[in-house]
Design a protein around this ligand. Structure first.
Ligand code: ATP
Ligand code: MG
Length: 600
């Protein structure tokens, strides 16, 4: 069986780095191998707690609070009503110390789990970093989760403390509190001195808390974070991360996001997703930058206003948000002064070349795609700051990261002989993306799921479950998730390629592509299309889109059928749920939909 993905992108543009970009000097001559990079050298750039101890909260907050950046804004909150409030490193250090003291008073032990069910509010940062400072484990949940996903995760994670709001507690937890015997304390951030029965008031606890002193002397391998995966392919897994991950947060913040102390940085990820912690909280603080935290949900006008008014220099967002901005029109961006922006990066889903190029037109900058997973804890592959971007490619492995493509058999399963995987040597051949374990933010297990964890490793490689190909220059190109790949008339078809091609049509805002069973071909491609405003669903447009795709992709790969939808089903981290499109199409059970965005 041959894979017919073209080895070159239909987009031949290679966008040069814009002059405004501050290039990280030691990456200027990065050649994809970066033989001189060593994690130990990176560790030495952090100051540690002495005696081989490391604590993420110390590196991210206390180190700066004790130094020259103490009065610098670590965070800048933009409230729903637009009010802006800065929090300095000194203030954040004090608040997180108090929260750590609260945990001590509540008798929360090292390694015990503290969960949050919060939006983007100051207390989220206090709880996350205070928990780490105390040596307990932080586990954020999406605040939009319903009662069942919240209960499942608290139960699986053995949550001892939950920090949330009054409304969320009453809606999601109160009625099932007795089903969660391990949950000893619920802390409400907004109960204004009058907590609900069985809960504690955050403000009161914080007011009476003593300063904590220095962060708990955690060992590099002590568990620090528990992150549930997005659940795109099925039941979410609880990935365990340790304090040593901070080394990778630091390196990737520098190489992939080009963070410098004078930056104003904004990560739009939901706090319930791993990106919200690794790059919404930890990495920017490590680099002493000011992080914007917007309480509100995505809205094009508001977002452009924040970018302009806060002089954001580095912006980290997701394809779905960028596609939404595209849908609103490039003219909207032009109404704002975005001249402070020097780097825009994206993660979470394949970034269509169309969107990269739109960035150049609307924002004056191309978009740097990068790839990673909850399991990897940090960015692994990126079009990083000092490198030419190839639109449609995820980029190249970061320094210290060894990646490879593992050969796949006819059923798209990895080829394994005598316990060894077969690696693809030739450029352009599709296989499973694999990483050589050993980087510090690598997950140390799926909580309570040893077997599921073990299955991720074969012959000394971590298999990511994603299909990709590598070109002759070492750039990696995403093809699709292993489970999403379509087998049609002897070809393997990656949904991303079909989606990107349809995205080039002016009427198309978003697309999700699946394979549906066919007597002759085995499977044929079906596309679900969300239209841009001003376009009406019609048979004529349907035929036009099929013809449009055929011209670009050929008849074997182009969708045989197109269905117009008002909204595609998406996870709360913004990923199109192709497995749900498929289940609905085939009338099969929907499976785990705990991370499905409401109303989809
Ligand atoms: P689950 O593992 O529960 O199915 P998930 O894999 O979506 O959920 P995450 O860890 O949040 O959970 O997402 C990682 C996945 O997101 C990657 O394995 C990949 O499929 C996709 N992804 C992330 N970044 C990119 C990117 N730049 N291009 C293409 N895909 C990406
Ligand atoms: Mg995954």
């Amino acid at each position: 069986m041959t894979a017919i993905m073209p080895t070159t992108s239909p987009w031949t543009v290679i966008v040069k780095n814009p002059a405004r970009l501050t290039v990280t000097p030691n990456l200027l001559d990065y050649d994809g191998g970066c033989a001189s990079f060593r994690w130990d050298d990176e560790r030495r750039t952090l100051d540690g707690l002495g005696g081989g101890r490391v604590n993420i909260a110390h590196e991210a907050v206390d180190r700066h609070a004790a130094g020259a950046r103490s009065a610098h804004d670590a965070l800048r909150f933009v409230g729903r009503d637009g009010t802006v409030r800065g929090v300095t490193f000194a203030e954040l250090s004090d608040a997180t110390g108090r929260f750590a003291s609260v945990l001590r008073v509540l008798d929360v032990g090292r390694g015990e789990r503290v969960f949050s069910l919060l939006g983007r509010v100051p207390a989220l940062y206090t709880a996350a970093l205070g928990t780490l400072k105390h040596g307990a484990v932080f586990c954020p949940l999406f605040s939009a989760f319903g009662p069942e996903p919240v209960r499942q995760r608290l139960e699986l994670g053995g949550g001892k403390v939950l920090v949330t709001t009054r409304a969320l507690y009453l809606k999601r937890i109160a009625h099932q509190r007795s089903d969660l015997p391990e949950l000893r304390h619920v802390i409400l951030i907004d109960s204004a001195g009058r907590p609900e029965p069985g809960t504690l008031d955050f403000e009161t606890l914080m007011r009476h808390a003593a300063p904590y002193g220095s962060a708990a002397a955690t060992r590099p391998e002590d568990m620090a974070l528990l992150h549930f995966t997005s659940g795109t392919t099925g039941r979410p897994k609880g990935a365990v991360h340790v304090h040593d991950a901070v080394t990778a947060h630091s390196a990737t913040g520098r190489y992939a996001l080009d963070l410098h102390p004078e930056d104003v940085y904004w990560c739009t990820a939901d706090p319930g997703w791993v990106t919200g912690t690794s790059y919404g909280i930890i990495a920017p603080l490590l680099h002493g930058v000011t992080t914007i935290v917007d309480e509100e949900e995505m809205d094009p006008e508001r977002w452009y206003r924040i970018l302009a008014e806060q002089h954001v220099t580095v912006w980290y967002t997701a394809p779905t948000a960028l596609r939404m901005l595209m849908k609103a029109g490039a003219e909207r961006a032009k109404l704002h002064d975005l001249s402070a922006l020097r780097l825009v990066a994206s993660v979470g889903e394949p970034l269509n070349p169309e969107v990269v190029v739109w960035g150049q037109e609307a924002l004056g900058l191309p978009i740097h795609d990068n790839w990673w997973q909850t399991e990897t804890g940090g960015i692994m592959i990126a079009n990083f700051a000092s490198m030419d971007i190839r639109p449609g490619s995820m980029g190249r492995p970061l320094p210290g990261i060894e990646a490879a493509i593992v050969a796949r058999d006819e059923d798209a399963q990895p080829v394994i002989r005598d316990g060894e995987v077969e690696l693809v040597v030739d450029p352009g051949v599709v296989g499973e993306l694999a990483l050589r374990p050993g980087w510090p933010s690598m997950f140390r297990g799926y909580l309570n799921e040893e077997e599921r964890y073990r299955k991720c490793f074969v012959g000394g490689w971590y298999l990511t479950g994603d299909l990709a190909r590598k070109d002759a220059d070492g750039y990696y190109w995403f093809v699709g998730r292993g489970d999403d790949v379509i087998k049609s008339s002897g070809h393997l078809i990656g949904p991303f390629e079909v989606e990107s091609s349809l995205m080039e049509h002016p009427a198309v805002a978003e697309v999700g592509v699946i394979g549906v069973p066919d007597d002759v071909a085995g499977e044929v491609v079906k596309a679900f299309v969300e239209l841009k405003p001003g376009f009406e669903a019609s048979d004529v447009l349907n035929r036009e889109l099929i013809g449009f795709a055929r011209k670009r992709l050929g008849t074997a790969v182009a969708p045989r059928r197109i269905e117009f939808v008002a909204a595609l089903p998406r996870t709360r981290s913004g990923k199109i749920l192709r497995r749900l499109l498929k289940a609905r199409e085939l009338g099969l059970p929907e499976g785990d939909t705990s991370t499905l965005e409401a109303g989809r």
